[in-house]
Design a binder for this molecule. Structure first.
Ligand SMILES: Cc1ncc(COP(=O)(O)O)c(C=O)c1O
Length: 452
């Protein structure tokens, strides 16, 4: 399938150096009247007017290639016509129904059950954000095990509500809001470029997974038997970190041996992003609970859900409620988006195009003294900037400079990573070969400018 018709055909097109006068006016209004907590426009100072496919237009008429993709939300592309048609129909039918059954809700549950691992037989819609899904997953794990402690991984990002923030590792997010929920412990993720144990992947025998086992086994590890281990199959905000294939199956095995539930957070990596419907499928790992959001709302309508094993379906009615648990328009959009993903093999497209982009980025890595590592799975890619390839000293200023150079030339990217030194690509999965090549060329030019 060629997705060319979905995007603006003139991308990139910078006619007024950004931020243009109209963007500046919107940004000034926002800075004067909204919270100082607003963050994305600080890195990418622009006001957005329209989005199509894998491109967006700002209020000054500049058109960008979108490698940011709404932080991974826009899998089927901005203004996907099939999804919009389904959402429009639903808007005229019924828009709010709490958790009463509706035809759209049923269509989405059926669609989800047809793509989820068959062992996950139940779907639950909580509040609209990814963080809400994480909260539901934690409650369900605690309810079923009667245990309180949780184990998460260094480099994790699970959201901003208290429970989800407790599981998020970043000090900048949580440092000023302590205490959060108690008894959350962190162990190293399989971040092989910066292995916490100083090991290398070919000789380590997945030492990080063994360390998890040690924490669970040693009665003096300081960790009481946990309700769950919460893991991102590919870490997103942590810096697009792809664990070696043995990692997740080992975590699963260890959880089984210790009767601990495994929660896979697929909020960012799910829905074809990594080249499979869910990232866990790369290793055939089946969690007990799986969280979903972001791409689930089709064109960015807020919705989240968890799926879980039948045996965990023990909640008493009403124990976890809310006004916006699910949304009828988002169900319709989500079902249409899933249909689009399957009909157009978006997973296969993401896998194939991701490999091409990775190969182009590997050339950038070879030629640059500042690119420590490039990595990616499907269309979830990262470029880690360092001051020196030998010492691996993180270079957040270089990552930020590259983002600014790219934006001035018509490419939007995100930054993440433990040290905010990883350029992250999460483009809409309807990105075309042509836009991918143009985007990577802009990025490569920006990196070359750093060298100069
Ligand atoms: C893996 C993961 N989990 C949870 C969340 C939280 O989702 P939300 O921002 O919708 O609350 C995110 C957001 O980026 C995420 O990437």
């Amino acid at each position: 399938m060629n997705f060319r018709h979905l995007s603006f055909d003139n991308a990139p097109s910078i006619t007024t150096p950004p931020p243009g006068p109209r963007s500046k006016e919107y940004l000034a209004f926002q800075a004067s009247h909204e919270a100082s907590a607003v963050s994305y426009p600080k890195g990418l100072p622009l006001a957005l007017q329209r989005g199509r496919g894998a491109t967006v237009e700002d209020v000054d008429g500049n058109v960008y290639i979108d490698f940011f993709g709404g932080a991974g939300v826009m899998a089927v592309g901005h203004a996907n016509p099939e999804v919009i048609a389904a959402a429009e129909l639903q808007l005229r039918e019924l828009t709010h129904a709490l958790d009463f059954p509706t035809p759209a809700r049923r269509r989405l549950v059926e669609a989800l059950l047809s793509v989820l691992p068959s062992a996950l037989t139940r779907v639950f819609f909580g509040g609209p954000t990814g963080s809400d899904a994480v909260e539901s997953a934690v409650k369900l794990a605690r309810l079923n095990t009667g245990r309180v402690p949780l184990i998460a991984f260094e480099g994790s990002y699970h959201g901003m509500t208290s429970g989800a923030l407790s599981l998020t590792s970043g000090r900048p997010y949580k440092g000023r809001f302590l205490p959060l929920i108690p008894e959350v412990h962190f162990v190293p993720y399989a971040y092989c470029y910066r292995c916490a144990f100083g090991k290398t992947p070919n000789t380590c025998d997945t030492h990080c997974a063994k360390y998890l086992e040690h924490v669970l086994e040693d009665p003096h590890s300081g960790v009481c038997p946990p309700a769950a281990v919460v893991v991102e199959p590919v870490q997103g905000e942590g810096g697009s970190i792809i664990p070696p294939p043995e990692f997740l199956p080992k975590v699963r095995e260890i959880c089984d041996r210790h009767e601990v539930l495994m929660i896979a957070d697929e909020i960012q990596a799910g829905f074809c992003r990594t080249g499979r419907m869910f990232a866990i499928e790369h290793t055939g790992t089946i969690p007990d609970i799986l969280t979903m959001s972001k791409a689930l709302g089709g064109v960015g309508l807020p919705i989240s859900a968890i799926a879980y094993r039948e045996a965990l379906n023990t909640w008493p009615a009403g124990v976890h409620i809310g006004t916006f648990r699910g949304n009828v328009v988002a169900y319709a959009a989500g079902a249409a988006a899933l249909g689009f993903m399957l009909r157009h093999d978006l997973a296969g497209h993401a896998m194939c195009l991701g490999e091409q982009i990775l190969a182009m980025l590997q050339e950038v890595e070879r030629d640059s003294q500042f690119v420590g590592e490039v990595r990616g799975k499907g269309l979830m890619l990262g470029v880690e900037f360092v001051k020196d390839k030998a010492t691996k000293e993180p270079a957040p200023q270089l990552a930020s400079r590259v983002r600014t150079l790219c934006y001035g030339r018509g490419l939007l990217i995100e930054i993440g990573g433990h040290y905010s030194n990883v350029a992250r690509f999460l483009p809409p999965l309807v990105l075309t070969d042509d836009l991918a090549r143009k985007g990577v060329e802009i990025f490569a030019d920006a990196v070359r400018d750093l060298e100069a």
